[in-house]
Design a protein around this ligand. Structure first.
Ligand SMILES: [Zn+2]
Length: 136
């Protein structure tokens, strides 16, 4: 009985952790699909770096609150990390922007490859559909 309760507890805890992680990873994964393998790696590294910096900032705040860090040290160290965080976020935004552009371009290409009127498959970006003559 105790074992079963334990399993249910562990399962419940894992479920709680896994849900936000999965939704976040899913979004990252979609973005990564729009990047090259190398860019995807870099993007992942940036996300990891951002997490580390945010954790470090939290640690500094904790150290300051518990009196382990002087106010001067706290302000200086926190400032350094905040600067790093801004840089990383900027880089991440560039990747996000690029991935969104790639996604948009792909959607536009897909739109062009079929006639919106008759559904004829178009081998290139025609101005008029060769099958029904509708402007595209
Ligand atoms: Zn057509």
């Amino acid at each position: 009985m105790e074992i079963i309760t334990g399993i249910i507890l562990i399962g419940g805890v894992l479920g709680l952790i896994a849900i936000p992680l999965l939704t976040k990873v899913d979004e990252d994964y979609i973005l990564e699909q729009k990047l090259s393998l190398e860019e995807g790696d870099k993007y992942h590294q940036l996300l990891y770096k951002k997490e580390n910096i945010l954790t470090a900032i939290k640690d500094i705040e904790f150290d300051y609150e518990t009196g382990k860090l002087s106010e001067d040290d706290y302000k200086k160290t926190r400032g350094d990390f905040e600067h790093m965080a801004i840089e990383v976020v900027k880089e991440i935004e560039q990747f996000t922007k690029k991935a969104k552009e790639v996604k948009k371009n792909k959607q536009q290409k897909r739109k062009k490859s079929f006639c919106p009127s008759c559904g004829e498959k178009l081998s290139q970006a025609y101005k008029f559909c060769p099958a029904c003559g509708k402007s595209i």
